[in-house]
Design a protein around this ligand. Structure first.
Ligand SMILES: [Zn+2]
Ligand SMILES: [Zn+2]
Length: 299
């Protein structure tokens, strides 16, 4: 809904071919097996599907994981920003809805029927049948009987239950763990992945989650992050510094410093440029550094 109808008509007018993609899930109401996600184009008959695992341990929220899987499916399908998206309104897609809006996709919620619904249900049953479930698929939309039968079959065998029972804890909403790409401030951190130092005023991925009621924060080098953060608060700037290009971060100044260019004081709280040149911190007024931006001509 981020792109207005007028804009969409403009795309059409411009001759860009729009596809309509339907996004649907299946199996959310069943206590056994992970949910199925599908991305479907009715006109072309394309069906792309992914399975949410029964459990996972990488401290990601359920909706966030679903959003990551949807982004991967869109990649596979080569679905673009010019296409239109009709998405199931379920909770499972809340983060994905937000992601679509934030990235200016044309989308709306939709009461699913037709191919997308059939494909999602079909994939869910195919997964159960592959695991050995001997029963029939969904009959006349009687989900309760179908799911009860599936749950009984899965829980009748401890090993099977271990493998296919949904982990409800990782799917709980209040623990909103998320990875955010941002800039470190004056405290250096230790990367959870490589155990090396993340210097002050450099890009960092922060993970927040709750464990036993306690808020926990963990940090990674951007290249060490187990997942690509969906959210970014990183503000970067490339400048010309002593004949070289230098990329740094822009953050509110946490304590009074002196500008590397003009030598004047920078007040705490002011948006300030920080970068490293040969392991030495270069910092100062944003306006001083902005004047030394490399020109696009000399590139
Ligand atoms: Zn690291
Ligand atoms: Zn200055």
């Amino acid at each position: 809904m981020a792109v207005s109808k007028a804009n969409r008509d403009l795309f059409l007018f411009g001759g860009i071919r729009l596809k309509t993609w339907y996004v649907e899930d299946a199996g959310g109401g069943c206590r056994a097996f992970g949910e199925i996600l599908v991305l479907v184009c009715e006109e072309t008959g394309e069906v792309y599907s992914a399975t949410v695992p029964v459990t996972w341990n990488h401290k990601m929220g359920w909706e966030e994981l679903v959003c990551q899987l949807m982004i991967k499916l869109m990649d596979q399908a080569q679905a673009t920003i010019h296409d239109q998206y009709l998405v199931c309104s379920g909770n499972i897609f809340h983060t994905y809805h937000k992601w679509l809006t934030d990235h200016n996709y044309t989308w709306e919620t939709h009461k699913m029927d037709g191919l997308a619904h059939e494909a999602a249900e079909g994939e869910f049953h195919r997964m159960a049948a592959e695991a050995g479930f001997p029963g029939m698929g969904l009959q006349e939309r009687d989900y309760r009987s179908y799911y009860t039968e599936l749950e009984k079959w899965v829980s009748s065998d401890p090993e099977r239950k271990q493998k296919y029972w949904k982990d409800r804890e990782v799917r709980k909403k209040p623990a909103v763990p998320r990875y955010v790409l941002k800039s470190n401030l004056r405290t250096s951190r230790t990367c959870q992945h490589c155990n090396k130092k993340i210097p002050p005023f450099s890009p960092v991925v922060e993970l927040k989650f709750r464990k036993d009621g306690r808020k926990i924060r963990a940090f990674f080098h951007p290249e060490c992050s187990p997942t690509k953060p969906l959210k970014t608060q990183l503000d970067q700037l490339e400048v010309q510094w002593k004949g070289n290009k230098l990329t740094g971060v822009i953050v509110p100044c946490p304590e009074e410093i002196h500008c590397s260019i003009c030598g004047e004081a920078v007040e705490p709280g002011q948006r300030t440029f920080y970068a490293y040149k040969d392991n030495k911190l270069v910092c100062g007024h944003l306006h001083c550094f902005e004047q030394s931006k490399p020109s696009s001509e000399t590139g």
